[in-house]
Each structure stands twice: as C-alpha cells, then as structure tokens.
Design a protein around this ligand. Sequence first.
Ligand SMILES: Nc1nc2c(ncn2[C@@H]2O[C@H](COP(=O)(O)OP(=O)(O)OP(=O)(O)O)[C@@H](O)[C@H]2O)c(=O)[nH]1
Length: 543
Amino acid sequence: MHRIHPFGTLKARMTVVVCALVFLSGILLAIYAVNIVERDMAKLVGDREYALLSSAAVQIEQDLQSKRALLRITAEGMRAAQVVRPVAVRRHLQQLPSLEQQFFNTVAIDANGVLMTSLTGGAAAGQATVAAREYFQRTVVTRKGQLSRPLRSALSGKPIVLLTEPVFNAAGTLQFVLAASIDLSQAEFFRHLDRLKPGRHGYLFVVTTEGIVLHHPDPRRLLRNVADEEGGIVPSTRQALAGMNGWVIARNKAGVNSLIGYRRLATTEWIVGIVYPTAEAFAPLVAMRQRALLRTGIAAAVAGLLGLLAIVVLLRPLETLRRQVASIQRGDAGIDIIDLARRDEVGALSRAIHSLTEERAKAEAESARLASTDPLTGLCNRRMMECEMDRVLKRQGRTHVGIGVAFLDIDHFKQINDSHGHATGDAVLVEFATRLKLAVRGTDIVARYAGDEFVVVFEGLYAADELPALGEKIVEAMRVPFDVIDGGLRVTTSVGLAFGGADSTRESLLKCADEALYVAKAAGRDGFSIDGVAAKVCGADLA
Ligand SMILES: Nc1nc2c(ncn2[C@@H]2O[C@H](COP(=O)(O)OP(=O)(O)OP(=O)(O)O)[C@@H](O)[C@H]2O)c(=O)[nH]1
C-alpha cells in the first residue's frame, strides 16, 4: 500500500490552506482597518498642529499690531506736541518706557533720510543716512507706517525688522519718520513660538512671503532666502510662498519625513511654519499599528489552530474509513466493518467503496467460475478437474482409502455431429453431462475433459472391485434414447476405469483410465473396461 507522507495528507494541506487564509485575511483586515484609523488620526494630528500654528500666527499678528499702535500713538503725541528738533525728539522718546520694552531700538529719521536721533545711542546722529532703504522710501511715498523687510541693522549688526511711522506738522509736511526695530533673534513672539515647538525635534519657523527666513532654530539661516540655500526650496514651501495655507506630509530640507504646516499672517507678509517629524508626530500611531498587527497575528494563529482542530475532528471519519479499507486490503477484516449509516459525504464514500468491493468480489467469483467451468455443460473443466483431483489425492493419502477414475467418450460422436448437425451434438453433450452427474454420487467430481470426453473421479473407494458397478451404472444411464431429435437418438458411451491408492498420481490414474477406455472401445464400445482384470490395481497396491 502507498505510504502517505505526513505533509502530503489532505489534512495537512487543508490545515496549511486554512491557516494561511485565516492569517492572510486577518493581517489584511488589520492593515486595512489600521490604515483607515491612521488616516483619520493623522488628519487629527495634522489639524491639531495647524490649529496651534494658527493661534501662534494670530499672536504674532496681535503683537505686531500692538507695536504698530504704540508707534502710531507716539507719532501722534509728537505731532500734537510739535516736537521737531532732534534733542526734543530724543527727550520725548526717552519719556516713553514702553518703547524700550517693545522695541530693540527706536530712531527718528529726518525727511531726507538722515538719522536725527537714536534712543539707544549707536551711530552719531546727523551722519548715518537711510535714505536709500526701501522701508524709508515706502514710508515717505505712502505717508503711512510700514513694516520693513528683514535686514541687518547698520547700527547694531543685529537681524531686525523695522516698524515706521511718519510724523507730520499741522500743514501735513513730513517732519521726520519714527523707526522702531525688533531684534529677530530676541523677539518675544518668536520665543513664544519656540515654546510651542512640537515633540523633541519639531520646530516652528517664520519666513516672509518672499522666502526670507525671519525665525528658525538654526540661527545661520536668518535673513537668508530659502531659495538661495543649499538644496533649494522644498516643494511644500514653494506652495506656501504661492499662497497655500494648510499642512502636508513631506520631506523637510534635511530629508526628514515630516508633517509640515504653513499659515500666512492676515495683515503682514509673513508665513508661520511648523515642521514635526512624522516619526514623532505619529509615534502613537506606529505603536498602535504594531500592537494591532501583533494582536491580529496572535488571533490569526489561534484561529488557525482552532481550524486545525476542526479539520482533525471533521476529517476523523475519513481517516477511520482509510484505516478500515487498509485493514480490509490486508485481509484483517471483512467489508462489513465499513459504516454505511453516515449521512454525509464520508457515508456516501463508504457506501460507494462497499458496493464497489462487493461488485468486484462478485466479478472475481464469476470469472473464477468461468475459469473453472465448462460453459456448455456447466461441469468442471479439465483444469478444475485436475486441481480437484490433486486435492482428493492429497486427502486420500492421509485417510488411506482408494480413488477411482472413469474416462468416458461418447461413441461415434462425430457421426452424430455429421448426421444431425452441431447443435444436436451440443444438446447431446448437455444431456450426456446431466445423466452422468445423476449416475454418480453428488460428492464425485464430474468434468468435461475435452470434446466428447468426460472424466469422473470417485472419492472414498475401498477396493477396485467397486468399479464394475460404477461402470455399469454409467453405461446403463445412457441407454435410454436422448430426446434431442424427433423419435429420440440412441447414444452410447465407452468407459475406461482405473483404481489408485496412496502412491497414485493424477497422471498415472488418468493414463490407466485412458488405456482402459481404449480397451472398451476396442471391445466394441457401449461398455466399460477396467485396466487389467478385476482385481488388478492400477499404479500401486492399496495394501
Ligand atoms: N457438437 C460438438 N461437437 C464437438 C464438441 N467438441 C468436440 N466435438 C466433436 O466431437 C467429435 C469427437 O470425435 P472423435 O472422438 O474423434 O470420434 P468419435 O466420433 O467419438 O468416435 P469414437 O470416439 O471412436 O467412438 C469431433 O468431431 C469433434 O469435432 C462440442 O463442443 N460440440
């Protein structure tokens, strides 16, 4: 029988398939669910950071507004008091401590752009000129307060922006311009931004809409245009400079994947930005994904194990059937051990195997019968007779009783065929066989040996002198005309008889009987002959 490799079994393959499917579907479902949650949570985190950015932007805006307002009120006061001369201007400014609190320095510049006075000293008044500076020119032209582009202070060397406010006389003539500077490296609103920095490596920054960096954790980047820096401008910043407000997930200049947000101030050409590395921003999400996948993996493994158990239990009847069939094949059990009552596929398979086995047994029995039987007369054929005779010889070797053999031939059978046809010949053969069987004991072996020749093996004879009666009976049985043609057909037979004992062989007995038949034929047929005279034993003596 074929040996089945443990991994080649249906059970093993089903287990692998079920486990793989359960595991795969579990993991895929988990990934799908985690992705949806992650997307929503990422949006939450992004929106939260953007809200933070917006509040920071509003705060800067308000701070700048209040600084502008302070400068405007100062200018108004100077106009009302008609403060014009540099000494008076300086004295007036010194009387306003809030200027010092709010600004790094405050200066007055005359209508020609020449420095009139500086609150904190620095370059000598009357010498420095800012006539070429764009913020001065814009103030003069627009006659309104302005916010300068970021620049490096000529007086202090610090990165600053300036708020300006023109002071007019009663006739509306420009007397001078107040310019108050904010030190970008020390500005309070930027310090506030630093306090809002997200995570360990996140930061906030401020650029102008032209791309000049106003505030950044890396002080070397101050006053530089992002477009001029190494690596150029990152796409998200380009979008922000073009007017985009919002957040994206992109790489920052250092190549770190980050949540990057931009918020443009409403009244100032500044953009507040935030960079929050995704590894930190979404750290809880990453942990959640790992936990979800791990737990799904464990759940899928447990489901796979349960699947394995279910398969083992469900396939147990199939395994039982396999064992039953194997033991039937080995001959350890009969076909009846198969359970035919199950009402499932295994039951159907059992019934199919059962009926196949029975059909096969019947077919084998039929072919065995055909192989051992003469199809015309239904008697044993020669082969069967020889087997049976060998068995009888073996048996009688143990019991020490004798065996008789009769060799028969229908007289002039050829003539019957020739005169009445082959079908009549066949009918004669059938009738002859029937009468022969009736003429002997039911336990005797009656066989059609060949053509019109028959053999009878008599088992359990005690002496050769029993043979004449047997021969006589057979010859007598054929004397009544055969009812195979109208008016009946006279059929006779010649019989040669032989007797054997413990040392006789099949060949020797058949040879003796055949020789006796020859004698019977020679004696004129329709009679029997026993090889030699009555008392003579063929082969060996019984004694
Ligand atoms: N109808 C029929 N004839 C058969 C069958 N088998 C053999 N025969 C014929 O039986 C005849 C046997 O003839 P023989 O034994 O040679 O001679 P016989 O005519 O019997 O003459 P004796 O034996 O000398 O009396 C042959 O003609 C065979 O063709 C069979 O199955 N059916």
